[in-house]
Design a protein around this ligand. Structure first.
Ligand SMILES: [Ca+2]
Length: 460
């Protein structure tokens, strides 16, 4: 009996990465022997483990959610109950140690495919579980979030870096999970091709009717990192358009600031969250606007009444010497934005240095989109760039806006931010201030955040 347990443990330890062998194991263990194995597994893996009882392997793919029925099963005594449940269900047992109490918990797990995060989260919520665990990425996704009425206008400089596309992808995923409503997308980089790219994304991700606005008088000839503006017009070998669009070649886009006015006018007071990950040109023109067909209010009055908070990708704070791009590239608009913005609107800045370590390589992007041959972001990496990486700056503002400060490594104390004519952002601490900024995380935090974004990429 002892020999069997030792053999099994040696297998589990020697081949933890081989999870594909679905055949049942030849060595059959009694409940008592299996309980011993699980107990020892817990001792060997203080940070947790998952074991497929059929293969005696630790799975390397899939999402895991614990069943409510085996909740609060800790110590060796409860293993039999967990084992019985697991054998009657999918035969997965997980173990983890609660760092607060020091108790080691065992539970019966239900597996989900790695690309079924929304379903796994829904099951976790039904089962009152706090997390969904990804075997592939080794990260936990919080499931016990509060479902809030978050109404977002996403304002981006689509058409240069691909992080704007990934941040938009995250917003669709959050909508799939009913965590926010995307009211509209404002493109603050001129050229209708950039708005057409958003039209493609809306259609690809199943939200074809989200309105799109486009900047008409913004930054002249801004820097372009990856010239993907022709993505919307890609065709297959037969000459047919690859991607569906709603607006199409003949349609028109409303001026960006006008779309802001139209959307804000119909929203409840203090209900709108703006996520601005490009230039603030449309926001600046909105603040300078007067009454129109959508609202009798001036731009400043409309923003003051309807906008609750703004998450901004940009700014340089603390010891960082990095040059800010988003504010300085449109400095006249940026100065007006800071001057006119009502002081009671909350601001949270995501400086470049927070997203700098989140390198999403072209190879990983292609790999994570291997579930399809035709995808707008994949197209860019297949045909325009081969080996560039992309720093995931913009998704950090989106994650913060939807999931709150706890999803970010740390945010600064409150204060006021002002902008100098040379583009410096000056932070003055004050508990009554309207602004805070994200602080960079350590390597482990950055790695986990990138894996979280990758997990969102593989959903479909
Ligand atoms: Ca951007």
């Amino acid at each position: 009996m002892k020999r069997n347990i030792l053999i099994i443990l040696a297998m589990v330890m020697a081949f933890p990465m081989i999870g594909q062998d679905k055949g049942k194991n030849d060595i059959r263990l009694s409940n008592k022997e299996m309980a011993n194995v699980l107990y020892v597994m817990g001792q060997i893996h203080p940070d947790g483990f998952t074991l497929d009882l059929n293969t005696m392997r630790q799975p390397t793919e899939g999402l895991m959610v614990s069943y409510k029925e085996t909740q609060n099963s800790f110590s060796s005594k409860s293993i039999q109950k967990v084992l019985k449940h697991a054998r009657a269900h999918e035969s997965y047992v997980g173990g983890w140690r609660d760092p607060e109490t020091g108790l080691y918990y065992f539970d019966s797990n239900r597996p989900f495919a790695e690309d079924s995060l929304a379903a796994a989260l829904a099951f976790a919520r039904e089962n009152e579980q706090m997390i969904v665990y990804s075997n592939k990425f080794g990260i936990s996704v919080k499931s016990n979030y509060e479902q809030k009425d978050i109404r977002i206008i996403y304002d981006c400089d689509m058409g240069s870096s691909t992080d704007d596309l990934f941040a938009l992808m995250m917003l669709y995923r959050y909508m799939d999970m009913k965590r926010c409503t995307l009211l509209g997308v404002v493109v603050d980089r001129m050229n209708r091709a950039n708005a057409d790219a958003v039209d493609v994304m809306n259609n690809y991700y199943g939200y074809p009717d989200i309105p799109i606005g486009l900047e008409q008088f913004g930054v002249k000839s801004p820097r372009v990192f990856i010239p993907y503006h022709n993505m919307a017009y890609a065709r297959n070998i037969e000459g047919q358009p690859l991607f569906k669009r709603t607006v199409g070649d003949d349609g028109e886009y409303m001026d960006g600031y006008k779309l802001y006015r139209k959307l804000l006018a119909t929203q409840p007071d203090k209900s709108v969250t703006v996520v601005s990950v490009g230039f603030v040109t449309c926001l600046s023109r909105l603040l300078q606007s007067g009454p129109d067909e959508f609202s009798p209010l001036s731009g400043v009055e409309l923003v003051q009444r309807k906008v609750k908070e703004i998450y901004l990708m940009g700014g340089v704070f603390g010891d960082s010497f990095e040059h800010d791009y988003n504010f300085t590239a449109a400095i006249d608009y940026s100065l007006k934005f800071f001057e006119l913005l009502p002081k009671d609107i909350d601001l949270c800045f995501s400086p470049g240095e927070v997203g700098d370590p989140l390198y999403y390589s072209a190879k990983q992007i292609i790999e994570d989109l291997s579930w399809t041959d035709v995808h707008p972001i994949k197209w860019i990496y297949q045909f325009l760039v081969e080996d560039k990486f992309q720093k995931m700056w913009d998704p950090l503002a989106v994650i913060n806006a939807v999931e709150g400060d706890e999803a970010i490594h740390q945010v600064s104390q409150r204060g006021w931010v002002s902008l100098t004519p040379t583009g410096e952002t000056i932070f003055t601490p004050d508990p009554k201030g309207n602004a805070r900024y994200q602080l960079p995380g350590d390597a482990e935090w950055s790695d986990k955040l990138l894996k979280y974004i990758r997990l969102m990429t593989i959903q479909h």
